[in-house]
Design a protein around this ligand. Structure first.
Ligand code: HPA
Length: 276
């Protein structure tokens, strides 16, 4: 990895540390498409646009603002990242690496990943949530390809427990205690930007996927490489192509994500003090 990348990680970390005062976040959340509402719940919020952070992603897609909000969520010091670059927009993995490695460099231990996804199972319905137990990378690439930077992590990071078992247990218990419906299952990531064909959806089902989307797997791979613990969930915005009569579109995704967001916000607020 280039010196520029390492410098960017240090510089961005220092910008954030210089602006967040006495906050000592141990948990960070990356918000998926249409799930940005959680950012408004941050108290004593310090907002830092990604453009102020060297090496951070420059965002182009509607519904994906590029800001970091630091503050207290449910009384917990938290970093909330609203907006991330998808790999259907770019071949460049460096900005996402910078973002995740800055999180690690800040002393954060746990990263909560969220996304909007299509359901591959009839019992997982639109507007509901699925805790991610594991993932399948069907994106045709891995962001860790290229020279390894041993300062961040090892050449061959294991993914046996990519999605942390203990944190999953805690998230599940929180949902049960608070009566928040939460399925569990495997997230399968395709690169996009086209949505899948019905044949691809059948393939994804056959491969063992329970929800399908275009994100979170690169984030997880980079984060596990630098030993951040991962927990997360998908908000179901549609049934996979061919599984229902509804039309699939980005607008539809954002609209339905807003419905799922109500329970998503509740779950995160309840779980934060337990996960961090
Ligand atoms: N496929 C891929 N990505 C998605 C979907 C989908 O059906 N819904 C939301 N993001």
């Amino acid at each position: 990895m280039s010196d520029t990348h390492t410098q960017n990680v240090k510089k961005s970390r220092d910008v954030i540390l210089g602006r967040i005062g006495t906050l000592k976040p141990k948990i960070a959340i990356i918000l998926g498409s249409g799930l940005g509402g959680l950012a408004e719940r941050v108290e004593n919020a310090v907002t830092i646009p990604y453009v102020d952070l060297p090496g951070f992603p420059v965002l182009t897609i509607a519904g994906h603002a590029g800001i970091l909000i630091a503050g207290k969520l449910s009384g917990v010091d938290t970093l909330v990242f609203k907006g991330r670059k998808h790999f259907y927009e770019t071949h460049d993995t460096a900005p996402l690496k910078t973002m995740i490695r800055v999180i690690k460099a800040m002393g954060v231990e746990t990263l909560f990943l969220s996304n909007a996804a299509g359901s591959l199972r009839p019992h997982i319905k639109v507007g509901e949530m699925m805790m991610i137990t594991d993932h399948i990378n069907c994106m045709g690439f891995n962001p860790l390809v290229g020279p390894n930077d041993d300062a961040f992590g090892s050449r061959f990071p294991p993914m046996t427990e990519a999605w942390d078992h203990e944190l999953r247990q805690k998230l599940k218990e929180t949902a049960q205690k608070k009566g928040i419906p939460l399925h569990k299952g495997v997230y399968i990531a395709f690169r996009g930007p086209s949505f899948e064909t019905p044949a691809e959806i059948r393939m994804a089902q056959g491969m063992g996927g329970d929800a399908i989307g275009m994100s979170s797997v690169p984030e997880c791979l980079i984060a596990r490489h630098c030993d951040l613990k991962i927990v997360g969930c998908s908000c179901i915005t549609n049934m996979g192509a061919g599984l229902s009569d509804e039309k699939i579109s980005h607008e539809h995704t954002l609209e339905n994500a807003a419905h799922a967001a109500v329970n998503f916000e509740k779950l995160v607020m309840e779980a934060l003090p337990i996960l961090s």
